[in-house]
Each structure stands twice: as C-alpha cells, then as structure tokens.
Write a protein that binds this ligand. Structure first.
Ligand code: NDP
Length: 239
C-alpha cells in the first residue's frame, strides 16, 4: 500500500467495465485515489462503493462532458496526477459494408474522446508542472486486420498523437498501452453478426483485463523522471 506521498489522483475513462474497471480496482487497491467516468452511472456507483472512489457520468465524445468530469475530480482532490484515456468502442466490419455511422462512432469515442481528455487535463497538469497521460491504443494500432480498418485507423492515430504529445512535454509523462485480445465487453458492440462470431471465436485465448491493469499500474508507479513510453501486452498464444 502506498503512503500519502506516493498516492496519486488517477482519472479513468470507460471505468464501467473491462480494462477500465480492472484498472480502477487495481489502482485503488494499490492506494491511489481513483475517479471513475463512463455513461453507465449505475455501474460506476456500484464499483465506486466497493473501492471507495468518486465518479461522474461521462460521455467522452463531448468536450463539455469531459471538462465537467475533470473539474469534478479536481474539485474533489485538488490536483490531477494521471488520466487514463481508456474509453473505446469496436464495431468492426468490412469497409465495403459502408457502416458510416459506426466509423464516426469509433472516431468520436476512440480518437476525439482521447483528444478531449488531453484538452481537459493539460492546462491543469501544466500549472502543476507534472502529470501523466496514459492512452489505451491496441495491437490494432500496430497492424491492420480484415474488418478492423477504421478501428485500426483510430488506434494508429492514438499512438501518433501520444508520441507527438510526448515530444512536446518536458514534465508531463505520456504512455501508450496497446493490449491484445483481452476479456471484456468490447465485442458486444460488433453489430455485424458474422464478424462478431468470428472475433468471439478468437477470444478463447484472451487474457484477463487485470493483465492490462497491472501494466498501467507499472507505468504509473515509475519515478517522475521515468516515462514508460509504450507497452504492448498480448496473450502468449496470439499471432
Ligand atoms: P469494454 O467494452 O468492456 O469497455 C469499454 C468502456 O468504454 C466501457 O466502460 C464504456 O462505458 C466506455 N465507453 C464507451 N463509449 C463511451 C463514451 N462515449 N463515453 C464514455 N465512456 C465510453 O471494452 P474494453 O475494456 O476491452 O475496452 C477498453 C479499451 O481497451 C478500449 O479503448 C479498447 O479499444 C481497448 N482495447 C481492448 C482490447 C480487448 O481485446 N478487449 C484490445 C485492445 C484494445 P459506458 O458504456 O458505460 O459508457
């Protein structure tokens, strides 16, 4: 358990399930002060009660909602040490299926959502002259698979903007975490039934979300002068 000096205020977007929930639980257990955001407020209430954390309803596609989320955490704790930009959606399909609404949804949540998070915390972190932004990309940010063109495009973009932000910053750490197949609710959002069953067929090798939470905890716990730039965590059996 961390002492008061090393306990950080950590905001987690998409904390209502999967990797975000596991990360919130892991960091709270380590002694950090966690603040949860997502749309399913009932889940945040239940998780928050268990781990003793604050929460606020958050839609990352809205800059205003993100700013209110960050302000609520700042009001409660007086500082913001870490933002984990984790919220994401993955309605996979072939480009030729032209599911344009789903493309826009992925761009809005996976890319604009991360940018909104950065825009909301950066002024505070600059004033503090310290902070840490952890962006969740994917192995789909390193390679492109069939049906994942647009999803991959958003995750490549998250890696690109993280690297650009890292180069600009001298006192703010930036980490990209790129998970492989991980057990969560992510495949529930695949509306193309053939694609959904094909992806679910690969999930028997998926690793638990706690494996990703452990990696995030590792990056956060490094000394301030050490920035873990990128972590890729795959199931051993994933090609
Ligand atoms: P889940 O579906 O379990 O979690 C996604 C989270 O994002 C939920 O908490 C959901 O909360 C939140 N979310 C979705 N849309 C919004 C929104 N508009 N505003 C706020 N929150 C939102 O999936 P994972 O845990 O797997 O996904 C977490 C991250 O990990 C994503 O970025 C995903 O792309 C990435 N990832 C996952 C992999 C995997 O195999 N599982 C592999 C590689 C990367 P709510 O619906 O309550 O708003």
């Amino acid at each position: 358990m961390l002492d008061g000096m090393n306990s950080k205020v950590v905001l987690v977007t998409g904390a209502s399930s999967g990797i975000g929930e596991a990360t919130a639980r892991r960091l709270a257990a380590a002694g950090h002060q966690v603040f949860l955001g997502a749309r399913r407020i009932d889940r945040l209430v239940a998780i928050g009660k268990e781990i003793g954390s604050g929460h606020r309803e958050l839609d990352v596609t809205s800059l205003e909602s993100m700013q209110e989320f960050v302000a609520a955490a700042h009001d409660q704790h007086g500082r913001i040490d870490v933002l984990v930009n984790n919220a994401g959606v993955m309605p996979l399909s072939m480009v030729e299926a032209l599911r344009v609404d789903e493309w826009n949804q992925m761009i809005d949540v996976n890319l604009r959502g991360v940018l909104h998070g950065i825009a909301a915390v950066l002024p505070i972190m600059r004033d503090q002259r310290s902070g840490h932004i952890v962006n969740i990309s994917s192995v789909s940010g390193l390679r492109v698979d069939p049906t994942a063109a647009v999803y991959s495009a958003t995750k490549f973009a998250v890696r690109a903007l993280s690297e650009g932000l890292r180069q600009e910053s001298r006192d703010i750490r930036v980490t990209v975490v790129s998970p492989g197949l991980t057990r969560s609710e992510l495949t529930d959002g695949i509306n193309d039934t053939d694609v959904r069953s094909a992806v679910r067929g690969q999930m028997d090798i998926a690793i638990p979300a706690t494996a990703i939470a452990d990696a995030i905890n590792y990056a956060i716990d490094q000394p301030a002068e050490v920035d873990v730039n990128e972590l890729v965590i795959r199931p051993t059996a994933q090609g």
